[in-house]
Design a protein around this ligand. Structure first.
Ligand code: ADP
Ligand code: GLC
Length: 478
């Protein structure tokens, strides 16, 4: 019989995505099925999601889930078993999943506590169709309270795992919310979920879960340091024995240049076809000829991603022959600075904002290089999409970026293993030097082809990492 795991998350492809978390949550069920694990994904029924399910069944109900009635609708969406927590008082909002134009929803702590409460109840008593998980796998702070509620409910035969996708978001709430969040005051201590006088949902998960994972081996090490741990480094040091860095994979059904319906298809053997995508992208953005590398960015426009450093580097980069195409979301200041550069140099720099999945595929296919100069990056997916599409990644040496890209230093080039450019200090000079290397490498056609081909060959699918998750789950019962 298949073993059963309940994934608890705030987003999941193909239902709702604001970032890489959704890609990963959506890819894991397929990847784990191979190892005999039946994973169902519990997430909020944000407006419109229930309609995407064919004949959903009510599999769980509650008359008072943090202030109103709730039910869980079970069904399949594109091959994933999804459980939608339908609680209109919490999730029927006009804005996005976390915020609207006036900022974060004030009741976010309750909204995601409710998700965790439902998860723990499902683990305790099972769904009405008889399904009951052996493992609860929570993601980020939104899933952080699930291990706490499991413990409060005295559920002893179900194990819990929490995955940190980004420690910058910690789910803090004032201590006055203890009652509202149905938390026991005994655990409001520095060994429990108290964090600088507040409740921290992420810390709660880190302290209470049976195992902790994060999305790359390097980030697992970084998290234990003050520069990266964002105040939780001590907690992670204390739990180092149960902390595992498991690299994210790429969903190769979606991200493969030879089968991608959004582009002119090509493979490592037909790399010259990639040119058609480059030409189409240049046309789509209204650029003129770009003699040097066409760099691309598909990203949230935030300081995490180091993109505040980019605008001031562009005059030199374009003067040396480079071009730039950006698809960005959020971050009005960085957007303005990039737009200013695009206005100064519209034949070399193009920018689009908003969220556009199909365009992102055309950009990865059409670019020569993808820029990911992050200050920290738990895993990062776009550098991996770049590798798969022969779009050479230029990345900062941090987190998953350091674990997925091999720098084109002379040793790696002569050994024939290099896949990109890795620079060490995310500051203005670091990025400037990396962009100069990009120009020079692009000119060296032979080495450039080697980088492209090596990247396209790299094993980036979920095979290895899903096996690591399965082994981790199984180990929890030993
Ligand atoms: P993060 O989750 O920190 O934002 P990741 O690299 O892990 O970073 O994942 C980002 C995901 O979101 C990738 O799948 C990327 O292609 C996608 N993405 C980011 N911005 C946009 C956008 N404006 N339009 C379409 N896709 C985007
Ligand atoms: C977070 C991180 C990103 C990671 C993604 C999926 O959003 O910022 O680096 O790839 O989660 O794990």
């Amino acid at each position: 019989m298949k073993r059963r795991v309940l994934s608890v998350a705030s987003e999941c492809v193909p239902l709702l995505k604001t970032g890489g978390l959704a890609d990963v949550v959506g890819a894991l069920p397929k990847a784990l099925a191979v190892h005999g694990w039946d994973m169902r994904v519990l997430m909020p029924a944000y407006p419109g999601l229930a309609e995407t399910m064919k004949r959903p069944k009510v599999v769980w109900t509650d008359t008072d889930l943090f202030g109103g009635p709730a039910q869980v609708l079970g069904g399949r969406v594109e091959g994933i078993d999804v459980l939608l927590l339908d609680a209109p008082h919490l999730y029927a909002r006009d804005g996005g999943p976390y915020s609207d134009d006036s900022g974060d929803y004030a009741d976010n702590p309750e909204r995601f506590a409710a998700l965790c409460w439902a998860a723990a109840e499902i683990a305790r008593a099972g769904l009405s169709d008889g399904w009951r998980p052996e493992v609860v796998h929570a993601h980020d702070w939104q899933g952080g309270l699930a291990p706490v509620y499991l413990r409060q409910a005295g559920v002893e035969d179900v194990r819990s795992v929490i995955t940190v996708h980004n420690i910058a978001f910690q789910g803090r709430a004032g201590a006055d919310k203890l009652d509202a969040l149905r938390l026991r005051p005994d655990d409001f201590t520095s060994e429990g979920f108290e964090f600088w006088g507040d409740i921290s949902a992420l810390k709660a998960g880190l302290v209470m879960a049976d195992a902790i994972t994060t999305v790359s081996p390097t980030y697992a090490n970084e998290l234990m340091r003050g520069e990266f741990g964002m105040g939780l480094e001590g907690v992670l040091q204390a739990r180092a024995g149960v902390l595992h860095g498991i690299l994210n994979g790429v969903d190769t059904d979606v991200w493969s240049p030879d089968t991608d319906p959004a582009i002119h298809p090509y493979s490592a053997r037909t790399l010259s076809e990639k040119r058609k995508n480059r030409a189409a992208l240049i046309k789509e953005f209204g650029l003129g000829p770009v003699p040097g590398p066409l760099a691309v960015v598909v990203s949230r426009l935030t300081t995490q991603k180091g993109l505040d450093l980019l605008p001031d580097r562009l005059a030199e980069f374009t003067w040396r022959g480079g071009g730039l195409v950006v698809l960005g979301s959020g971050g009005p200041e960085i957007e303005m600075a990039l737009r200013h550069q695009a206005d100064l140099n519209p034949r070399r720099i193009g920018i689009r904002t908003g969220y556009d999945e199909a365009l992102s595929h055309r950009i990865f296919a059409g670019g020569d290089a993808v820029l990911v100069p992050s200050r920290f990056e738990p895993c990062g997916l776009t550098q991996m999409y770049g590798l798969r599409y022969g779009t050479v990644p230029l990345v900062a040496a941090t987190g998953g970026l350091a674990d997925t890209v091999i720098d084109a230093n002379p040793a790696a080039v002569s050994a024939g293993v290099a896949t990109g450019i890795v620079f060490h200090t995310t500051d203005a000079l670091g990025l400037e030097q990396a962009l100069r290397r990009l120009i020079a490498l692009y000119d060296d056609t032979k080495t450039w082809r080697q980088l492209q081909r090596n990247g396209m060959k790299a094993e980036l699918d979920w095979t290895r990492s899903s096996a690591a998750y399965a082994t981790l789950y199984e180990g929890l019962f030993e």
